[in-house]
Design a protein around this ligand. Structure first.
Ligand SMILES: Nc1ncnc2c1ncn2[C@@H]1O[C@H](COP(=O)(O)OP(=O)(O)OP(=O)(O)O)[C@@H](O)[C@H]1O
Ligand SMILES: [Mg+2]
Length: 453
């Protein structure tokens, strides 16, 4: 299989020998180039790098070892087999040290040559595959500015990597503050459109009456007040990505217009006659279930399907709590740098509280909390007391199964409640009820009396 595709370069100063080697390889189906010396080899390398170089050691001007050094220094991704004369094993050793994949001692048989060539090519191929697979599978802490190592984030990274290579329309779904805009931006930067513009439009923030001209632009005189031509967001985003945030807020008539652009890849400015070709990748985002809005008649079904070519779901922060410490430390670093305040890493009890909080506002809320901590922390370190009360909850203490809620409790009524529960659980048997509370019978009776139970 591989021999049909593999390209070999034979570097040998003695023409007859070079020819013999080349002929053997050509007969086996390899594509073979020849070079009489190191310099010619380098020129060949620059124009069309081979998969494997077979090179004699002893050559005028540049030795095989020198060529090898040059090849490795310039990081040409090709395999290298050195050919040394019988009895000069020290050259072979030297070549391996310099990064050769194998060596052949001359004179060699046809079979020895082919076995070495195939083995080296095969190893190279496997190495490349491994590297590629590793890059694909390796868990990462970050993709662009996106931080997170939870499994759900790994899936997200893989999806983004995959679809970045395409122009497919993407629909991003996620609760408020999960990073929809950041994901759209990352997708843009990972794509072939990275050098083009990234234009974000918040459909909820533009008045309905202005949205059409905002998106498609207008010609001079299109309406009163249109004193000159203005390009819209679609045109601004030419060659790049257009991010349509809060897409459910797009009014129905405009949904029809958007559908047309998605299908025909062209649009007309308001008051214009000609059509404008549109080379824009559309990424839309919603924090509501768009499919549900479709079934309620609030969103066009055909547009939904056009947008939902690749759905991307961003997990809520409470569903990837293991990422909270990582995000918290990252934000701590960012805000310390931003405000020039140095802060010690967050202590374990603070991190634990952060991890146990439910984060209704997701990553944005966490980012805000950390920013506040950086600004308010005393003496460069953060303690539980610096956390907002809804987050700061003391951790369960050993031997105590209860957690004191942030708003505190009424001790007396809790005591009374526990006594009643113990009695109920023990079916009215006071001895057993006392045992449930780890009290002597006497103490238990004393407390019952206290509450006149
Ligand atoms: N995975 C993440 N890693 C690092 N920062 C993040 C991550 N997700 C979100 N953020 C940060 O949190 C903030 C909110 O993100 P973003 O604006 O993208 O969220 P959103 O989903 O668009 O929110 P909304 O629905 O409120 O518009 C931003 O400051 C963003 O940089
Ligand atoms: Mg947003």
């Amino acid at each position: 299989m591989e021999k049909l595709k593999s390209r070999l370069l034979v570097v040998e100063d003695e023409a007859p020998q070079r020819k013999i080697i080349a002929d053997i390889l050509i007969k086996e189906g390899f594509t073979v180039q020849e070079a009489p010396d190191g310099e010619a080899a380098l020129t060949a390398l620059e124009t069309s790098p081979p998969d494997l170089i077979l090179c004699d050691w002893r050559m005028p001007r540049m030795t095989g070892g020198e060529l090898l050094t040059e090849v490795r220094k310039r990081e040409f991704p090709c395999a290298f087999i050195i050919m040394t004369a019988y009895g000069s094993i020290s050259h072979a050793v030297e070549a391996i040290r310099l990064g050769a994949d194998d060596y052949l001692t001359k004179p060699f048989e046809r079979d020895a040559l082919l076995i070495a060539v195939r083995r080296v090519l095969r190893t190279r191929q496997l190495e490349h595959e491994n590297l590629r697979l590793k890059e694909e599978i390796a868990d990462r802490d970050q993709l662009g500015e996106l931080v997170g190592r939870a499994e759900s984030m790994q899936r997200l990274y893989r999806t983004l990597k995959k679809i970045a290579a395409t122009d497919a329309t993407v629909l991003i779904n996620g609760e408020s503050g999960t990073g929809k805009e950041l994901v759209a931006r990352t997708l843009h930067l990972e794509s072939g459109r990275a050098k083009g513009p990234f234009v974000a439009v918040n459909c909820a923030a533009i008045p309905e009456t202005l949205m059409e001209s905002e998106l498609f632009g207008y010609e001079k005189g299109a309406f009163t007040g249109a004193n000159q031509r203005r390009v819209g967001k679609f045109e601004e985003a030419q060659g790049g990505t257009l991010f349509l945030d809060e897409i459910p807020s797009m009014p129905l008539p405009l949904q029809a217009a958007l559908l047309r652009v998605l299908q025909e890849r062209r649009f007309t400015r308001l008051g214009g006659r000609g059509e404008v070709e549109c080379d824009v990748r559309i990424v839309a985002a919603s924090n509501r279930d768009l499919g549900k809005l479709v079934s309620e008649g609030a969103f066009r079904e055909d547009l939904f399907y056009r947008l939902n070519v690749v759905p991307v779901q961003i997990p809520a922060l409470r569903d990837r709590r293991e990422d909270v410490p990582l995000l918290a430390q990252e934000f701590l670093k960012r805000f310390s740098a931003k405000y020039g305040i140095s802060i010690e890493p967050l202590p374990p009890n603070v991190l634990r509280c952060l991890m146990e909080y439910s984060w209704p506002g997701n990553v944005r809320e966490l980012s805000n909390v950390i920013e506040r901590l950086v600004l308010l922390a005393d003496e460069g370190s953060v303690t539980l007391a610096d956390l907002p009360p809804e987050i700061a909850r003391p951790t369960a203490t050993p031997g105590c199964p209860f957690r004191l809620p942030a708003m505190g409790i009424q001790w007396e009524s809790m005591e009374e409640g526990l006594l009643k529960q113990a009695l109920e659980l023990a079916g009215g048997n006071r001895t057993n009820a006392a045992k449930l509370l780890g009290m002597s019978y006497k103490t238990f009776m004393y407390r019952l009396e206290k509450f006149s139970l």
